[in-house]
Design a protein around this ligand. Structure first.
Ligand SMILES: Cc1cc2nc3c(=O)[nH]c(=O)nc-3n(C[C@H](O)[C@H](O)[C@H](O)COP(=O)(O)O)c2cc1C
Length: 473
């Protein structure tokens, strides 16, 4: 792993799918699947009739054939659902995981990693967002069952993950302290996952994947290395120009005239402190060019993690029309990217590209009836009886406030769950025929895309990206 120069960033939902990760791993770099909402993506692919049969191929390899069959029976629609029919609702993943949800999470993560690992002996990683707490243990287990080589976790302080990985690899019970708003003290609400509950006797000791947290500061890197009970094998250091969510600026929030958070000297990561930690590290955020890769290596990094340039290549899960529109706009100098400090229900800044007929546009955003039916970005809060409730800042503000949320926290929030599903061609259709609209994210630096493509010939592949980044290898 230490000799890997390029990590293809995990991009949710489903942008870094098994096809992209496999294509990158075939080129001997680290291909990474996004583990976010794979349960939902998996069942919607089955409801689309699983064109190509890949989901069924993955299911056929799952060690418990009966479990795989019951999931197939429940969700697979031969020939696919009708174009105007909605996808069937799937239970949201809360703190009490039913057996069927646990099984679905294990199987969906298994299938994605299994498919990414087919036909080569390269490394495959999986990316999780720490903020999405409840599915993480069964998802990790499914990925480990399929032999995932590297686990990458961002969006939070994933101190508990190495111990969870250790336990799951030994087939032992793993626990996760759920973060619950309003809870007195911490550790009051524990999630627990027992691999034997799902796999029974088929539960074996499995090889341990490497663990790389994504951090945005040397302080957090030090916390991870010094406070983790299990092993941290390396670090990904991500700056605020990266696509997707960004860490908020340090100190008092200051905004540009356009309303974007301003980052300053305090947000620059002290690489000397990182080097002193003695772990391999990769730099992320506008490193998708050969000169930037060289700069990273000169600064002591093993390489770079790159997202944006891969997001628009042929094998990524993004809708083909979105890719070609953005690439063409890039060549026409028409792309506008905003670091939106309020759009994401997580409260983290989120990069949004302005595209007609997507949630980036004010009139399309206001036309959508606000509601929460997927629930990955909900926050857990403590109920008066000590139990746990769930609410989303992007849901109907009245409901949010009724469940104790503050109105100001809900202003301008966008439903990332439905928007990001629409980005990959899995948009929900509502009873009034409204189709959920995309919400596209990418990093600030599009120069690599411009150098790899042209207005007349916008297509490029992941192996073109790797040849571009590693010209002399
Ligand atoms: C479309 C898109 C989705 C992303 N989603 C995630 C994600 O789900 N989890 C994560 O840790 N990082 C995510 N990222 C960040 C990438 O993994 C990577 O670190 C980043 O893109 C690197 O910077 P660059 O965009 O300048 O190449 C995303 C980036 C993009 C462009």
């Amino acid at each position: 792993m230490n000799s890997t120069k390029i990590i293809q960033g995990g991009m949710g939902l489903g942008v870094s799918d098994w096809r992209l990760a496999r294509a990158v791993s075939l080129c001997k770099q680290l291909g990474v699947v996004s583990g976010t909402a794979l349960d939902l993506i998996f069942v919607r692919r089955l409801q689309q009739g699983d064109p190509g049969g890949d989901m069924r191929r993955g299911l056929a390899a799952f060690p418990d054939a009966e479990m795989a069959q019951s999931i197939l029976d429940k969700y697979y629609i031969p020939g696919g659902k009708g174009h105007v029919e909605p996808y069937a609702n799937k239970a949201m993943v809360g703190h009490k995981l039913s057996r069927s949800i646990q099984e679905l999470l294990v199987v969906a993560n298994f299938v994605e990693v299994f498919l990414a690992k087919q036909g080569h002996d390269g490394l495959v990683g999986i990316n999780f967002l720490h903020k999405i707490q409840t599915p993480i243990m069964p998802s990790l287990y499914g990925a480990i069952l399929a032999g995932v080589d590297v686990v990458i976790v961002g969006a939070g302080i994933p101190l508990q993950i190495p111990t969870i990985i250790d336990n799951l690899c030994r087939g032992e019970v793993a626990e996760f302290d759920l973060y619950v708003q309003g809870e007195e003290g911490s550790g009051g609400h524990k999630l627990s996952f027992d691999p034997a509950d799902v796999m029974g006797d088929a539960c074996e000791v499995m090889p341990k994947p490497l663990f790389l947290p994504i951090v945005a500061s040397a302080t957090l890197a030090m916390v991870m290395v010094k406070k983790c009970k299990g092993q941290v094998d390396g670090l990904i250091i991500e700056g605020p120009s990266a696509g997707g969510h960004n860490a908020p600026p340090r100190g008092k929030a200051v905004f540009s005239e356009e309303g974007e958070p301003l980052y300053g000297r305090r947000d620059e990561v002290d690489l000397e402190q990182i080097r002193r930690l003695g772990l391999p590290f990769w730099l992320a955020g506008s490193y998708g060019k050969p000169e930037e890769l060289q700069k990273a290596i000169d600064a002591g990094a093993s390489g770079v993690q790159v997202g944006t340039i891969f997001a628009f290549c042929e094998e990524s899960g993004l809708r083909a029309d979105i890719k070609s529109d953005v690439i063409k706009s890039c060549h026409q100098g028409r792309v506008q990217i905003k670091t939106d400090p309020i759009a994401s229900p997580t409260g983290f800044p989120f990069k949004v590209i302005s595209i007609p007929d997507t949630l980036s546009e004010e009139e399309d955003y206001t036309r959508r009836h606000r509601m929460c039916d997927l629930g990955y970005l909900r926050e857990a809060y403590e109920l008066p009886d000590g139990g746990v409730g769930w609410r989303c800042r992007a849901e109907n503000p009245e409901h949010y406030v009724k469940s104790g949320g503050k109105l100001e926290d809900s202003v301008g929030k966008k439903c990332l769950c439905n928007g990001l599903m629409a980005n990959i061609g899995l948009a929900q259709i509502r009873s009034d025929a409204y189709q959920e609209l995309p919400l596209v994210t990418c990093g600030d630096d599009l120069e690599g895309i411009q150098r790899l493509s042209s207005l007349q010939d916008p297509l490029y592949t992941s192996s073109d990206v790797i040849d571009f980044l590693l010209p002399i290898s």
